[in-house]
Design a protein around this ligand. Structure first.
Ligand code: PMT
Length: 405
């Protein structure tokens, strides 16, 4: 996997620079072409000669003195990179990249590259929990930069907490996942529905639900970061889609249904996360309804069941459904899987602490058409999105890409 891969390692100034030396050595042993860029502060810990001897390549330390054989421009390394890893990544480098500063060779290369960029933060635990740092990492994550979490332990400064440079094996394993994810998802067309729908009663009132879109957008973001072509059909929410995602905004279940059916044949995987409102007004009043009576009855009719319609038009795409339940979770999810012809269903009991609507976490059970069950404890919606995509791609490969004869 690493053979002949061009990996640019950005080394910034922290005590963990020593560990980056063995990371470079491991990557070289695995057959990668490694090019190291060091910031000025990194050179206070280790000399460029150490990295040069291990990588067998010149080490760039200065914006204006890049070696002659690299076209003499930071752009050439940015273009050459198949992947960039910043290890260790200090508070400073993360802040600079998040705010668009490009004032040395490393930050300029990060700004100019189109390759994946992976940060390995390592710093004092208070710095790691600093709100500005958290804001900066969130900005970068939203813009498709990857992060490998530090470990909890004793820090060089003597304190104990989260911020230790992770083991190199963990970094290599995560890099392997990122690269292989990208190989598996590259070029795949994925359609995702997210958020609630709104069914108008009159010009000022509507029926809807608590879906924030966070679960669906997390799946869209991860798939987009992995190189898939992602179309997101979203009901009204207050979050933004990441750059690279084709976003179509809709209001009602009818709109969502038409949008899905316009293009569903172009997709390899369809993931129905949206909390579609099941009923709509038989007739929407075009003037504000007056409160004249003590009681009021709304005449509702059924909305189209988008996933059910998709299930009956199923061809060579993987159909993944969601299931929001308040009781008999697994039983109801299995029934929905069969009834709607899903290949896989993600069941969440929305009454559980940390699960379901609005929050940043979920608790789910993934059930596939072979009756395999995977329970995921309370985790961030991003983490759950990764697991869902991982299961979906494995099932897609099995059912549609490499079906056994
Ligand atoms: O958006 P968040 O705040 O992050 O919350 C996430 C979530 C709770 C919305 C999400 O995890 C979730 O459970 N989504 C599905 C909600 C739902 O409508 O479940 P359901 O069991 O009613 O529907 C089953 C499946 O049919 C779903 O895939 C749904 O998208 C689909 N459906 C439902 C009704 C309908 N008319 N058309 C559909 O396609």
């Amino acid at each position: 996997m690493f053979k002949n891969l061009n990996i640019v390692v950005g080394v910034t100034g922290g005590i963990a620079v020593f560990k980056a030396v063995s990371l470079v050595s491991e990557l070289v042993k695995k057959g990668a072409n490694v090019y190291v860029i060091m910031t000025k502060n990194a050179q206070e810990f280790v000399t460029p000669l150490t990295f040069k001897s291990i990588s067998n390549n010149d080490v760039v330390v200065d914006m204006f003195e890049s070696p002659d054989n690299w076209d003499n421009k930071h752009i050439s390394l940015a273009q050459k990179a198949d992947i960039m890893i910043i290890a260790p990544a200090t508070f400073n480098i993360i802040g600079k990249v998040a705010t668009g500063i490009a004032d040395d060779f490393l930050t300029t290369t990060i700004a100019a590259t189109k390759s994946k960029v992976v940060f390995v933060p390592a710093m004092n635990d208070n710095m790691y929990e600093n709100k500005i740092f958290i804001r900066n990492t969130n900005i970068l994550k939203k813009n498709s930069y990857y992060f490998i979490d530090p470990e909890i332990g004793r820090m060089a400064c003597g304190t104990f907490g989260k911020g230790r440079y992770p083991k190199n094996e963990k970094i290599i394993q995560k890099l392997t996942e990122i690269i292989s994810y990208n190989e598996r998802f590259k070029g795949l067309n994925i359609l995702i529905t997210a958020g609630p729908t709104k069914e108008y009663i009159d010009p000022v009132r509507y029926i809807s639900n608590r879906s924030s879109g966070k679960m669906g957008y997390s799946i869209a973001n991860i798939a987009n970061r992995c190189g898939a072509n992602v179309k997101l059909i979203s009901g009204p929410v207050n979050i933004n889609a990441e750059v690279g995602i084709e976003l179509v905004n809709v209001i009602s279940a009818n709109d969502m249904n038409s949008e899905v059916f316009k293009s569903y044949k172009n997709f390899d995987i369809i993931i129905m996360v949206a909390a579609v409102v099941d009923y709509k007004m038989e007739n929407i009043s075009n003037i504000k309804i007056k409160k004249e009576n003590e009681k009021m009855t709304l005449n509702l009719i059924k909305n189209p069941d988008i996933s059910m319609n998709l299930g009956s038009s199923k061809d060579k795409f993987l159909l993944v459904g969601f299931c929001a339940e308040t009781n008999n979770l697994i039983e109801n999810a299995k029934l929905k899987l069969k009834k709607k012809k899903f290949d896989m269903i993600v069941a969440n009991d929305v009454t559980k602490e940390g699960a379901g609507f609005e929050g940043d976490t979920n608790v789910v059970t993934i059930i596939d058409c072979y009756d395999n069950l995977y329970n995921i404890e309370k985790s961030s919606k991003e983490y759950i999105a990764e697991k869902i995509l991982n299961n979906a791609i494995t099932l897609y490969d099995k059912l549609y890409r490499n079906p056994r004869k």
